[in-house]
Design a protein around this ligand. Sequence first.
Ligand code: SF4
Length: 205
Amino acid sequence: MVNAGDNNGVDRVGAEVADKVVAALDRIARGVRAHRQAIASRTGLTPLQLELLRTLAEGPPPEPLTGLLAAELGVSQPTVSDSLLALERKGHVARQPAPGDRRRSAIVLTPDGTELAAEIRAADDVLRACVADLPGAQQDQTLRTLLDLIAGLLRAGVVQVARTCTTCRFYRPGDAGTPRCELLQQPLPPCDLRVNCPEHQPAAD
Ligand code: SF4
């Protein structure tokens, strides 16, 4: 039983809610992982190869260089190199000199890889539909909350790469409730908050 004004009780309630949020995030992460694994099996890819195709199709950022792709996906560079070689052998990606530095190779999707990436994206429609089923205000609040959570996880070192508004040095929370982007000189209502912004620069700690 929790008494009003009992600090320990309030802390315990807070901890219980935090436990449940972490458990819910775990549940979502497992579901999405299983969903993606099923798509990977169906398309003859490993989960990492699938993530590489998705990342290449959605980026840049990151620039399509092996080291940056490895950092983006939180795996080692040799592991990404092996997966890219396999994708190259399957005809889904190719290499070309990187713009601005011809000694380095940029990874590009082939027409076959582009088609496969579109198929992979379409398979995620079920995830988008579940979010779209929520009332608009709840979708907005969910996005704001998730971006705040990503900022906290970045500070804690759990998330390594974030190009989100709430981790950006140009982000201004805004007194009137609507945040602003100082770089773009525009308000950032929920529909304009970015999850992978090419102009993002990390905020100072
Ligand atoms: S630069 Fe991009 S990430 Fe940064 S606040 Fe502006 S829109 Fe958001």
